[in-house]
Design a protein around this ligand. Structure first.
Ligand code: VG1
Ligand code: CO
Length: 580
């Protein structure tokens, strides 16, 4: 093949957000749009990460992925990349990409040094919905801000990109290596099975035999919903073939370009079918719900864990996994190096860290901040309130890992009980945890697709309000006299303990005397307008008071949050789009 230099002009707005560049498909298909971003990424990396390198390119299989893979292959070839690795049909979950970078060895002994992940994660897909792309580094984790800032700068000045226009499209449905010869020698495209490396890694972390026993117990019933995302490509292999679950326990496990028209976000609003099956929500079918249910998002890095008629908040989930990991999961049997959570995630994990005397870190939203801690050996288990949970086995959050972690805990708690009267349940484990550590009542209100100007004004107003806590507390007393005082308010700023880098403006916090918190942030993953996220948390230590309905328990704080922020005045909304 030959290398063509194509002239181009910059596009506005190619700034990677919390997790890569996400835009409507109609934006991505504009002439040179994807090419500009890919070339800007190559130009932001040091030469040895590109020339002669091995790169992974794949994603959640959403609409426009197949075209994008071919473009990136041709651009890789032209930029001197030696090999491109592609999951069959361009499918690889985000955690599997991370695993492939860290674990896979090519037939010729090669190893990958980075990846383009093609996903907009939990955002809907299809010709009228979202596409996305992000770059991951040689540790398997998302590019740090230093790199994403450079990429953005490059997109503003780009004049040309390199592409092997005459390279034929590669058949990405067939496993095997196709070789080409270019000006600098051989170039290979290696199409491989999407699940093999990931499944192998999972088997090295968990005790599959004990999970298999749990799943085969007639008293244990199981259900998994991939919401038509890429998790489906792993669910059958792991849950059915390896662990013996029934095929009928898999819902929506065939990956689709448009996620079946749904919103592939595993929460109580969007995972409707699973929620009904688990006996939650209004549309319960009347059948006896399974003991355990879980769902994933489009790229399978998120998870929702449910018990029979019971929802586990993601903040509780990571705390419970951390509290039980050493006993229940072989990978952690030597102890935890430390734990970490994102700032808006509830402090349930903090309490576990304190009890178990573990190192603890609070980082800004987005998985990239956990990676440095893990690379430095400071953190084993971490999580976010946004249905992201994971560990240092890779450098991304991992939806299926979280399910296997919960199944391991259930298997451990029931190991002498599989033929007994009654199994320990998800709900039982969570209530026991609250009794020991106290409960963090938690909810998040999302206001999606709000006018971007109005959202900025609301945030600016909240920052200004922070300078006068007397005023803040007067407003609060005017709404609810039963809510405690705000004692501190700030904008969260993070100094990375490993590389010393500083991230500012990571969310507005109001901290109350009784440990309650209100956090306000603007989303960095949307593709249209602005999304305001409001996080509400309240700690209850008294074991006799940990069993309340969470929306009831939090009603006073919610009222205060809405009043303090003038939410309806600024946004014109009387209610949030999604409550989780
Ligand atoms: C959201 C979540 C954040 C998560 C990010 C990527 O970001 O809040 O916790 O890491 O999505 O998740 P934001 O900026 O919209 O609040 V995924 O599964 O979309 O890659
Ligand atoms: Co995701």
């Amino acid at each position: 093949f030959k290398v063509a230099r194509v002239e181009t002009k910059p596009y506005d707005g190619q700034k990677p957000g919390t997790s890569g560049l996400r835009k409507k498909v109609k934006v991505f298909v504009q002439q040179h749009y994807l090419e500009n971003f890919v070339q800007s990424t190559f130009n932001a990396l040091s030469a040895e990460k590109v020339r002669g390198a091995t790169l992974v390119v794949s994603g959640d299989g959403r609409y426009y992925s197949k075209e994008a893979v071919q473009i990136i292959i041709k651009m890789g070839a032209a930029n001197g990349v030696r090999r491109v690795w592609v999951g069959q049909n361009s499918l690889l979950s985000t955690p599997a990409v991370s695993a492939v970078i860290r674990e896979r060895v090519g037939a010729d002994g090669s190893r990958a040094s980075g990846a383009f992940i093609l996903t907009a994660s939990h955002n809907p897909g299809g010709p009228h919905e979202d596409f996305g792309i992000k770059y991951n580094m040689e540790n398997g984790g998302p590019a740090p801000e230093g790199i994403t800032d450079k990429i953005f700068e490059n997109t503003k000045t780009i004049k040309e990109y390199l592409i092997a226009e005459d390279l034929p499209d590669v058949d990405i449905s067939a496993i095997g290596i196709t070789s080409f010869s270019g000006p600098e020698g051989q170039f290979d495209v290696d199409v491989f099975d999407s699940a093999t490396d990931y499944v192998k890694l999972m088997k090295s972390i968990f005790d599959f035999e004990s999970i298999r026993k749990l799943l085969s117990s007639p008293k244990f019933t199981f259900c998994y919903d991939a919401l038509h995302g890429v998790a489906g490509a792993y669910a059958k292999r792991i849950f059915v073939e390896e662990l013996g679950a029934q095929e009928s326990s898999l819902l929506n496990c065939v990956p689709k370009e448009d996620f079946g028209g749904g919103h592939p976000d595993p929460n109580l609003t969007y995972a409707k079918e699973l929620v009904a099956r688990m006996g939650l929500g209004k549309s319960s079918s009347g059948d006896e719900p399974p003991e355990f249910g879980a769902a994933a998002d489009g790229d399978a890095d998120r998870n929702m864990i449910l018990g029979k008629r019971f929802f586990v908040t993601p903040s509780d989930s990571v705390a419970i996994i951390a509290a039980n990991a050493v006993q229940a999961i072989p990978y952690f049997s030597g102890g935890l190096k430390g734990v970490a959570r994102s700032m808006p995630t509830s402090a349930a994990l903090d309490v576990v860290a304190k009890h178990l005397n573990l190192k603890f870190f609070e980082v800004p939203t987005g998985w990239k901040f956990f990676g440095n801690l893990m690379d430095a050996g400071l953190c084993s288990v971490c999580g976010e309130e946004s249905f992201g949970t994971g560990s240092d086995h890779i450098r991304e959050k991992d939806g299926i890992w979280a399910v296997l972690a919960w199944l391991s805990i259930l298997a451990y708690k029931n190991k002498d009980n599989l033929n007994g009267e009654k199994l320990e349940t998800v709900e039982g484990i969570v209530r026991q945890h609250w009794a020991t550590y106290g409960r963090h009542y938690y909810t998040r209100y999302d206001y999606e697709n709000v006018d971007a100007g109005a959202a900025k004004e609301l945030m600016a107003y909240l920052v200004k309000l922070q300078s006068d806590l007397t005023e803040v507390n007067n407003i609060i007393k005017g709404v609810r006299s039963d809510v405690s005082n705000v004692v501190e308010a700030d904008e969260f700023e993070y100094k990375d303990p490993v590389d010393g880098s500083i991230s500012k403006h990571q969310g507005i916090r109001y901290l109350f005397q009784d440990g309650s918190r209100l956090v306000f942030r603007l989303s960095g993953t949307g593709s249209e307008g602005a999304t305001i996220r409001l996080y509400i948390e309240q700690y209850e230590k008294d074991p006799s008071k940990t069993g309340r309905d969470s929306q009831d328990a939090l009603a006073p704080l919610v009222a205060v949050a809405l009043k303090l922020s003038k939410m309806s005045e600024f946004t014109g909304r009387s209610a949030p789009t999604v409550i989780t």
